[in-house]
Design a protein around this ligand. Structure first.
Ligand code: KG4
Ligand code: ZN
Length: 448
């Protein structure tokens, strides 16, 4: 039996030592070929030691019968600062996942430096893919397809995931499914909840801010977006300006999470920041004006308290509470208008419409509560994926691959000419039409 391994097994070639594999010879061959391919693919990025591969092989056990009729997708995400991978089956079972977050490194440098992010993706992608596969007990040859984020995102980061994936699919002779990062965020809810199309989605993260109607797996209407920066970006900048990294309770948190944490200790009424774009009756957003107002307030407070830039203000918690409240009100108002627009045009169910909120900022419970006030007032159901699935992850990419496989959409058997796209809009942009409708939003009592 073991002689069958011999021609394929990288260990047999290199170390002249055969591993006693726990499973049948067929599975063993599949496994060995697959690992050779994964190993060969990874070599372009870094050369894993033979010892590491040996350890990995030993920890591998198969249950091939269980998965015989299931579609299995490996999802790979590298669009920003997380290297993530997951294996998901067609029923939405997450068989294995792994993630390497670069947050700590970028917190130290005061923001993401693309070449640094690229280098960290390169150093981690092979390990992360191996960990996800290993946890899932799926060999690469058993996969139905590989799905990878190719748009939008940081060019250097997207490039690492794409070239790793292309080598993998070309050697495995598997289909490739290119994924739009924001579509993946939007569809994640269908993995955790039974949600039918159409539904409204609000995506709020560090790089994106948009409201869209999801009519199908690749059928989106863009209702509004941020005209400048995303809310997560603004919260990150405010947190940095407040030097929250030096705060003992917040030093390892992302900017947004640090603001949420500190806001609980502050009084939002100590500062009165006006919500942005109050006169524009559309569903667009803006956060950079608010950020500049807060910058000025911080400067003024530093003068008053006689402290240097870089030290923590005594009013930091009050500022955090006020910025979080203003952000929540702004997001809630634009979302309220989007719901009213969709209902007015019969784009959403009148009585049982669903609003999905996702992206890193969606894990903010204060913002969720503000949105709950809106959905209660409009008889909608508010759904959020669990916090772990709101931020970037490999599961959402694998799941989008499953959705596309099931719908028969965007499955490539030839990857010739496939490129990553750092900028890529989501769906058909009808934001101008939304603005022309000029829907007046009734005032709600935002007691959060
Ligand atoms: O979706 P994500 O992981 O990455 C992209 O931007 O695509 O989102 C990260 C963003 C960061 O700006 C981070 O500060 C923000 O989400 N964030 C939060 C919270 N947790 C993460 N913002 C507000 N409240 C939070 N609890
Ligand atoms: Zn994201």
């Amino acid at each position: 039996m073991y002689s069958l391994f011999f021609p394929f097994c990288p260990l047999a070639w290199s170390g002249k030592r055969l591993l006693k594999h726990p499973e049948s010879s067929r599975t063993g061959i599949i496994y060995s070929v697959s690992m050779l391919i994964l190993n060969k693919t990874a070599r372009v990025f870094s050369t894993p030691s033979k010892r590491k591969i040996c350890e990995f092989l030993r920890s591998f056990h198969f249950h091939p019968g269980k998965r015989l009729f299931h579609k299995l997708v490996l999802g790979i995400e590298t669009s920003c600062d997380d290297t993530a991978a997951a294996v998901v089956d067609e029923t939405g079972n997450v068989l294995g996942e792994a993630i390497h977050s670069q947050t700590e490194v970028h917190l130290k440098t005061g923001g993401i430096i693309p070449p640094v992010a690229q280098q960290l993706h390169r150093e981690n992608i092979q390990r992360i893919v191996q960990e996800a596969l290993s946890a899932s007990k799926v060999s690469p040859s058993e996969l139905s397809a590989v799905a990878t984020t190719i748009k939008p995102g940081l060019a250097l980061s997207l490039g690492v995931g794409l070239s790793f994936s292309l080598q993998l699919v070309n050697q495995l002779k598997k289909p490739f499914i290119p994924i739009h990062h924001m579509e993946a965020h939007a569809l994640t809810i269908r993995l955790t909840n039974k949600v039918e199309f159409p539904f409204l989605v609000l995506l709020i993260s560090g790089g994106h801010c948009l409201l869209a109607l999801v009519r199908g797996v690749s059928d989106f209407l863009l209702l509004g977006k941020s005209l400048d920066i995303a809310p997560g970006d603004m919260l990150d900048k405010v947190a940095r300006r407040l030097s929250l990294i030096k705060h003992p309770e917040c030093s390892t948190m992302s900017g947004g999470k640090a603001i949420e944490h500190l806001a609980k200790q502050g009084n939002k009424l100590h500062f009165d920041f006006k919500p942005p774009m109050q006169r524009a009756k559309n569903c667009d957003f803006s956060f950079s004006g608010l950020q500049h107002v807060i910058d000025r307030i911080i400067m003024q407070k530093e003068k008053e308290e006689g402290i240097e830039k870089g030290q923590i203000l005594s009013s930091a918690a009050d500022i955090a509470a006020a910025v979080q409240h203003t952000t929540a009100c702004h997001i809630a108002k634009r979302t309220h208008r989007a719901i009213l627009f969709c209902k007015q045009r019969d784009l959403l169910c009148q009585s049982n419409a669903v609003l999905v909120v996702s992206g890193g900022v969606a894990s903010n419970l204060y913002i969720r509560k503000a949105l709950e006030i809106v959905t209660n007032a409009t008889q909608c159901t508010l759904l959020c994926p669990p916090p772990k699935l709101c931020t970037d992850n490999g599961i959402m990419i694998a799941w989008n691959g499953i959705e596309r496989l099931r719908a028969g959409l965007g499955i490539l058997h030839d990857t010739e000419g496939i490129r990553y796209e750092p900028k890529c809009p989501l769906g058909v942009d009808i934001s101008k039409e939304v603005g022309e409708a000029a829907i007046k939003v009734p005032r709600l009592n935002m007691k959060i």
